[in-house]
Design a protein around this ligand. Structure first.
Ligand SMILES: [Zn+2]
Length: 442
């Protein structure tokens, strides 16, 4: 009993973070500053340093050492709660949550370690319709032991719940089945109009998939154990949290699916007003029909990736940008309801247009708004488009190579002057094309 008393007196250990003050910490845990000073035996309370370890006394809803961990792709409220053996109250109070949705990808979650958490355990995700008993049968565990291990209050669990099973070491994201070892979003993450690169490391035989903003995530195999998906984030995606779903098929054919809130940040795009002389070309029906026609051509993902390494320039003057990608446009002082889905390179009629990467021509011909158009499929759901050309120098079905002259700059279609309008589509979504000239995509 003396030992238990001593434990209780000790309280929870908290490491001082940048920006913390004694009063902010006291407020966060609803204890007095003096109690923290006394419990922590602070010699100089006015000199608090980042990394100092404090003892927060008198807390009965959490124990151990408090740690911060950014919510990873594949982690959820439930998986973190189970793995760190926290109560709903503990999760809510540590993270000041009013809803589990606030634990979006990248959120700096406060969790508790050093109290028996299940970091070295295998995991299983409860599928809809599957009971705890069935899961226990699959994992070979005693259902009662499973309940106790996961601190389940009753013999029930909800679909999508994450349970840990004793035994095997597995470091991966808690909300996904054990065979998924690692999932990450590369680069700048979830930003309007930019390209997502999602890398997954799995056991052989697992096919990853998923869904984001209405687009299926299409993973392609790089090696037996590495898969990658490329997906554009729409310009019109609203900022804030949005559900991101990772799903797939395990080697035994069973399916899994896992949704997680992610936070979409603004791309910081500007607005402009343009004047078009032929009002017939502003007909919304015409614009929508043509948009649907282009969309249909850039939405398939062909499995043969044609590029490797950096792309070449599509135009000799890629530093002469007349209009950037993502600008919110109004035509003839109308509503700002159009987005600029490409980048405009300046320069007169007749300048050469070059294929920036190998690919196959999937469209070559005239459209009303876009003028003379070429669209190239580069594989893995990546397409490029070349608008307003004076001349198209390729045919439907042609295989083109990097640097090949595919057409000439012109002023055809809905346009204010000769230029090349260049688009890049990824997973059926138009993205910032300059990204594709500035970095290597897998
Ligand atoms: Zn343009």
């Amino acid at each position: 009993m003396a030992y238990a008393q001593q434990e209780e007196d000790e309280g929870v250990r908290y490491t001082v973070q940048p920006g913390d003050t004694l009063s902010s910490i006291a407020l966060r845990f609803n204890v007095s500053i003096n109690d923290i000073i006394n419990a922590s035996d602070l010699a100089n309370p006015n000199n608090l340093n980042v990394g100092d370890v404090l003892i927060i006394p008198g807390i009965d809803w959490v124990e151990g050492t408090l740690i911060f961990q950014n919510v990873a792709l594949g982690d959820s409220y439930l998986s973190l709660k189970r793995r760190y053996l926290l109560s709903d109250e503990g999760m809510a109070r540590l993270n000041q949550l009013t809803s589990p949705d606030q634990l979006y990808y990248g959120f700096p979650a406060m969790l508790a370690s050093d109290h028996g958490e299940l970091t070295g355990s295998a995991r299983a995700v409860l599928n809809p319709g599957q009971s705890l008993w069935e899961l226990a049968a699959v994992s070979g565990d005693n259902p009662w032991a499973l309940m106790a291990y996961n601190q389940l209050p009753g013999k029930w669990a909800i679909p999508g719940d994450v349970l840990f099973t004793p035994g095997q070491q597995t470091p991966g994201p808690g909300g996904l089945p054990s065979g998924v070892q690692f999932v990450e979003v590369e680069g700048i993450g979830f930003v309007q109009g930019r390209t997502l690169v999602i890398n997954a490391v799995t056991d052989p035989g697992i096919q990853m998939g998923g869904e984001f903003f209405g687009s299926p995530l299409r993973f392609f195999q790089e090696t037996d154990t590495q898969q990658v998906a490329l997906q554009g984030i729409p310009l019109y995606a609203e900022t804030g949290t949005f559900d991101f779903t990772l799903a797939g098929t395990l080697a035994d054919g069973s399916q899994f699916s896992f949704s997680q809130p992610v936070r979409i940040s603004t791309g910081g795009y500007e607005s402009e007003t343009l004047t078009v002389n032929d009002p017939a070309l502003l007909n919304p029906e015409l614009s929508e029909r043509e948009m649907a026609q282009v969309y249909a051509m850039v939405s398939e993902a062909t499995p043969d990736k044609r590029w490797a390494g950096y792309w070449g320039a599509p135009h000799p003057y890629i530093n002469v940008i007349n209009s950037r990608f993502g600008i919110h446009r109004s035509y003839n002082n109308g509503e700002y309801e159009n987005y600029h889905y490409g980048v405009d390179f300046g320069g007169g009629v007749g300048i050469e247009i070059w294929a920036p990467a190998p690919g196959r021509v999937v469209f070559a011909g005239p459209l009303d708004v876009r003028g003379n158009v070429t669209i190239i499929d580069h594989g893995w759901g990546v397409y490029t488009g070349y608008f307003h050309q004076s001349q198209i120098l390729v045919n439907l079905g042609d295989e083109v190579q990097t640097g090949q002259v595919i057409g000439l700059v012109g002023a055809t279609g809905r346009i204010t002057g000769a230029h090349l309008h260049w688009e890049v589509w990824v997973g059926g979504v138009a993205v910032e094309p300059m990204d594709w000239l500035n970095r290597i995509y897998p």
